[in-house]
Structure formats: C-alpha cells, structure tokens
Ligand binder design. Structure first.
Ligand SMILES: Cc1ncc(C[n+]2csc(CCOP(=O)(O)OP(=O)(O)O)c2C)c(N)n1
Ligand SMILES: [Mg+2]
Length: 643
C-alpha cells in the first residue's frame, strides 16, 4: 500500500510517527515544528503544516511561529536539553537568509550535543528558473548552495534532490538525533521544488516507529582497568558533566560518591549533578570554579570525568589538574570524549558506568581525611557565596546580590537560565542548585541571544512534562545582560503570543561587564566594551539613552523597573505570582566582581605592543603558560603487566 503526498507532507507525517523509549518510558519524539515562511518553504513544509492543522486531528506535532530563525533553533535546543534529549523539535526555514540564520543555532546544538532537526529550504533541484531569489551562485561549483555551510556544524547533513531520497534521509536523521553519542543538529536541506513534489510513499514509512535510546554498558576489561586506577588513588576527584544529567545518572553518582567518599565537582552543563549542600559536592570547577573544587583539582592524583568533554573552562585551559602524577578515568558515551586527556576510558552510558563502578569498587573508599577535607573546603566556599549574596552596594546592587535574591526567592525546582556575559561564570560559582534540572547555562557555545529563546523552550518542556508525566511546574528565570538582550529579544513576542510564562531578569550595566573585565586583565583597556556616545576621542561619551524596559514593554511583556536590591526583591515576588511573562529591569554595578578563585583562562595577549598595559599583560600571560599541561602520559595501568 502506498499514499500519494508531497515531500513536505511526507516529512510532517513521518515526524508525527516517531517515538523514543528509554527505561521503559515511551513518548513522542517531536513536540513541535517551528517555522518562519518564505518562498523556500511556504508551499512545501508550510503547506503540509497547514494541512495538518486544518485536519482537526489532535497531534503532538504543534506548529510554533518564531520571530527569528536562530531563536527558533535556540528554543528547540533548550527544549531538548530540559527533556534530557528524549524529545526534540524541528525547525523549517526558507532558502537563503532564513536558512543561514539557523547556522549559529546549529553550531550551538552540535557543540552541546543536543538534538534539533533543521529543515532549511534549498534552491531548485530542477534549476530551470535559476538563479532564484537569494541563491548563491558559485561559478566553479554547480551543486553548492548556502546550505553547505551547515555541514561542519551538523551532526548529520543530507540534501534531498529527489523524493526517493527522503526515506533514508529521515531514518538517518532519527538514528543520529536519538543516539546519545552522536546527537546534535541534523540538517535535511529541502529544495523548494522538491518540497512540493508528489510521490507514492510506502505506508511503512509513516507507521509508528519507536527508537530505543541506548544505555551502552561497560566492557569488563575496561572496568577492571578503571577500578585498578581508582583504587590506587589517594586524592581522587569526580568531575560531573552534562552527560550525568542526560543519562539521569544523578542517583547513581550520589551512590558512588557516598560509598567511596570521592568528592564531586561540576562543569557548567553538569551543575546540579548533586545538590549544592550535599557534603561531597564541591561545586563548580575550572576557570569559573570554587576555591574548593579548584584546590582539590590542583592536588588530585586521579580525576574521574563523567559525561564531560573537558572544555577549557573546565580544565582552566589545562592548568587546573596540576599534580605531576595526575591521571584520568573518563566515563563517557562518546569514545571521542572518553579518550581525552590520555584517560583510562570507559565508553558507556553514565548511569550504567557509575553503577558498574560502584559495584566493582565494593568496599573501597578514598582516605577519610580526603573526604572530610573536601567537605570542609566546600563549607568555606559556601560562606563566601553567602557573603557575595549579602554584598550591600548602593545605589546600584552587585550582580552577586541579584543572583542571591533570585536563588533565595525561586522554588527549588525552578530553572535559572543563562548563556553569555559575566553571569554564566557568576552563576557557576554562586548558584545553589537544588534540583538536577534547576540550572541551565548554555556554555558550550555561550551564545549571546540564546537566553530568552532558550527560556521559552525550557518553559515549553516544563509544560509538556506536566501534561505527559504529571510533573510539577517550574518557573524559568532567564538571566540576561543588556548586551545579550540587544542581540536577541525577539522571542518575548512569541512568549506573549503563545501565553508561555518566563521571568526575564534583565541586568543593565551599559555594555559588556564580562569582556570589559577580560579586556582590562589582558591590557586592552576595556576598549569597545561600553555602550556610549562617540566623541572625538572614541566611544567614551555619556551613556546612551537606551531604555530596555520600555523596549520590553513594547514587545508585550509585563515590565517591572526594579530600584535597588529591595525593589528587585519585591519584583521577583511579583513576577513569580504572575501568570504572565514578566521582564524585571535592574541596573547593577558592573565593577563589583564575584568572589575570586584563582584559576586561569588561556586568552592570548599580543606578543609585541606599543602599549604598556599590553606588555605587562603579556608578561603575566607567559607566566601562566608555564603551568599549562598536556596530559599526554599514558594511563598508568595500561601497561602494568608487561614487565
Ligand atoms: C553571539 C556572541 N557574540 C559575542 C560573544 C562574546 N561575548 C561574550 S560575553 C559578551 C558581552 C555580553 O554582554 P552582556 O550581555 O551585557 O553581559 P555582561 O558582560 O554585561 O554581563 C560578548 C560580546 C558571544 N559570547 N556571543
Ligand atoms: Mg552588560
């Protein structure tokens, strides 16, 4: 049996029929399809979505209208992250700029290993009318289009020139989207004529299909090597990454930590692996780490990385693991990550691997003094956090106090979300995470503009989890700087249109506090990091009369202008009580930094310069470079029996 449908209609039918299962729980994979229409998709996938909506049949594949293609991808990616990659969204865009607007989002998805299906329109397969509006013509390559730019940022890429190619493209897309080790942005470029072309599709293509999300188990020999390495350790440290959360391995991690006494540090994506007040939680590690985690990292003889890709922020650009004899055991579903830092590698699902380690380590524990020392260090850091929450600055509050108020007034299950600027680092250090999904900082791509769109995606996931699994609600606190807000605030309109509530904390500090401080530390004198009028000497005039609160109100959001920290406190209470999207505008003092924890981040400084500030910074830079490690020593136990 077959059915005659267009390629666009077939895509929609197929997406509706895809399900995933893990741990015996099954749900539809695609929760929606975002779309902005142009000539590249309006009569193809767009027509199919209309036909779907008008059919009147209930469907989990809802259509969402975004305001910017990049933002639609961000919302989708945030949605998938909140759902632990067990659900995702698709995005349809027109040809040309509509398509290329998604490239930043695609890179963000692939870098963070988060699934999203991108369906950019492409130029005519038949080429009769070429060049079509927005077509890139390459005199030397007849088959190139702007969509080729998706290739390096996609976990899978295909272009469907003929209807027959659609089925394998869709099946491969699902294989990659639901594979924890391979997932990311999947791009299927759909030429605009092909989208509207009819074909007789075999019924099987649209039959319900369940994709079983794998939990690969640990190879016995690899487990033995890991256990040998761990049980020889005197100063071990676990580094928990995002893989812990996606695998829902939090209980297994806690059990392993408690049975062995090994302290647990967290990356940005891994924050929330343990609640902040667990005695063995030493908090953030690396360039934005706590004094506790970084002190333990500095002397660790064994680092057990779980579900982490060891970004430079995590390793403080390869300086944080400083002990001469430090070795690594990496548990990761991706062999690529498991082998980093010359580790003894366990290529497996995080939960399976942690359970296997706990069983195999049996009664082994780290030295009691090590565990107790970690708890003491963590307590000292928590006192520093409290002091940062309590900073009493007039008239403009410190950012750390703003974070403190949000932490205190949010419910334990609420989600704090951020992506770029000075806040991700401050949140990593200071946020007291109480729920495994309570912390959402996109720091793989750290993309300005992710915040509001991402908050929308998280809140959509929260609402869907409520409907599907009867989970309790969560407010979403989007922390966004003025720079990020100016880069992309468009999805406030979408939040209003869809009646989706997010609380946006808009921190106004008139420019880039983050890059300003970085610039100063590197001798670049905060050049180009403040929003000011141009004068004959540069952009150093008065502050600009930009009113971001008025801007947010003009987009349809409720807006509260908070004055000082007490005003901010009242505003948060009011926003939490409201059912509507609320933007809290608060001005802060950008010159009060979060508490320091000695750690370095490798940002190269000019080797030669006419400026004293740069020359001084270069000398400091060269000093820091000396502490940088390569971690090339083979895992110590790999050769143990050769002698
Ligand atoms: C799209 C994008 N462009 C540039 C950067 C580099 N960058 C990181 S933070 C930042 C400034 C952010 O300013 P704001 O949102 O006001 O936060 P603040 O630093 O003031 O806390 C810039 C330009 C980035 N991360 N993303
Ligand atoms: Mg700013």
């Amino acid at each position: 049996m077959s059915e005659r449908l267009t390629v666009g209609q077939a895509v929609v039918r197929f997406l509706e029929a895809q399900y995933v299962e893990r741990d015996g729980v099954e749900n539809a994979f695609f929760a929606g399809c975002w779309g902005i229409f142009g000539h590249g998709n309006v009569a193809g996938v767009g027509q199919a979505l209309l036909e779907r909506e008008l059919s009147g049949e209930p469907s989990h594949l809802r259509y969402f209208q975004g305001r910017n293609e990049q933002a639609m991808v961000h919302a989708s990616v945030a949605y998938a992250r909140q759902r632990d990659r067990l659900a995702a969204m698709a995005v349809t865009a027109s040809v040309g700029p509509g398509a290329t607007n998604m490239i930043t989002g695609a890179a963000l998805a692939t870098i963070n290993r988060l699934p999203v299906l991108l369906l950019p329109g492409d130029t005519f397969a038949t080429k009769v009318a070429n060049p079509v509006l927005q077509e890139l013509e390459d005199p030397a390559n007849g088959d190139v289009s702007v969509n080729d730019a998706f290739r390096p940022v996609s976990a899978y890429f295909d272009r469907v020139h003929r209807p027959e190619q659609l089925a394998p493209a869709l099946l491969n897309a699902m294989r990659v989207l639901t594979d924890p080790a391979a997932t990311g942005a999947v791009t299927i470029a759909l030429p605009q004529d092909v989208q509207a072309e009819a074909w007789d599709w075999p019924d099987e293509l649209f039959a319900k299909r369940v994709w079983h999300v794998a939990r690969p188990t640990v190879e016995r020999a690899a487990l033995e090597r890991a256990v040998a390495a761990i049980s020889a350790a005197k100063r071990p440290l676990i580094v928990a990454g995002g893989g812990v959360t996606y695998s829902r391995a939090n209980d297994a991690l806690r059990a392993l930590a408690e049975s062995t006494g090994i302290p647990v540090a967290e990356t940005q994506a891994g924050k929330g692996a343990l609640p902040y007040d667990h005695p063995q939680s030493v908090g953030a590690i690396g360039a934005t780490g706590t004094t506790a985690a970084n002190a333990l990292a500095a002397e660790a003889d064994l680092v057990i990385g779980v579900g982490t890709r060891y970004s430079d922020f995590t390793t403080a650009s390869h300086t944080v693991f400083a002990a001469e004899d430090v070795r690594f055991v990496n548990l990761n579903v991706s062999a690529f990550d498991a082998h980093k830092l010359s580790a003894t590698s366990l290529v497996a699902d995080a939960r399976e691997g942690l359970l296997a380690l706990a069983a195999a380590l049996d009664k082994w524990t780290a030295p009691k003094t090590h565990t107790a020392g970690a708890t003491k260090l963590a307590g000292e850091w928590d006192a520093i956090v409290q002091a940062a929450y309590d900073v009493d600055a007039e008239p403009l509050p410190a950012q750390s106090a703003v974070i403190g108020v949000v932490n205190e007034l949010s419910a334990p299950r609420d989600v704090v979300l951020c992506a770029a600027g000075s806040m991700p680092g401050d949140l990593h250090k200071l946020w007291r995470t109480r729920d495994r999904k309570g912390y959402h900082v996109e720091y793989g791509f750290s993309c300005m503009g992710y915040e509001i769109a991402g908050g929308l995606g998280v809140r959509m996931a929260v609402e869907d989890e409520h409907t599907l699994f009867d989970e309790a609600g969560r407010d979403v606190f989007v922390m966004v700087g003025d720079g990020s807000y100016l880069m992309m605030n468009t999805e406030l309109v979408t939040a209003v249109a869809e009646g989706i509530k997010v609380i946006v904390v808009l921190v106004q500090n008139h420019g880039f506090a983050s890059i300003g401080a970085l610039s100063e530390s590197l001798g670049s004198q905060r050049f180009g990091t403040q929003y000011r009028y141009r004068t004959p000497t540069g952009l150093d005039g008065d502050r600009l009369p930009v009113d971001l609160a008025a801007n947010a109100a003009s987009l349809g959001a409720d807006v509260i202008r908070a004055e000082g920290i007490d005003g901010f406190r009242k505003a948060v209470v009011q926003a939490k009580a409201s059912p509507r999207t609320t933007v809290i505008h608060v001005e802060t003092n950008p010159l009060i930094p979060a508490p320091d924890s000695p750690a370095w981040w490798d940002v190269p400084v000019a080797e030669t310069s006419a400026l004293d500030s740069t020359r001084t910074a270069r000398a400091t830079y060269e000093d820091h470079k000396k502490g940088q490690r390569h971690h090339l020593a083979p895992a110590s136990n790999d050769t143990k029996d050769d002698a």
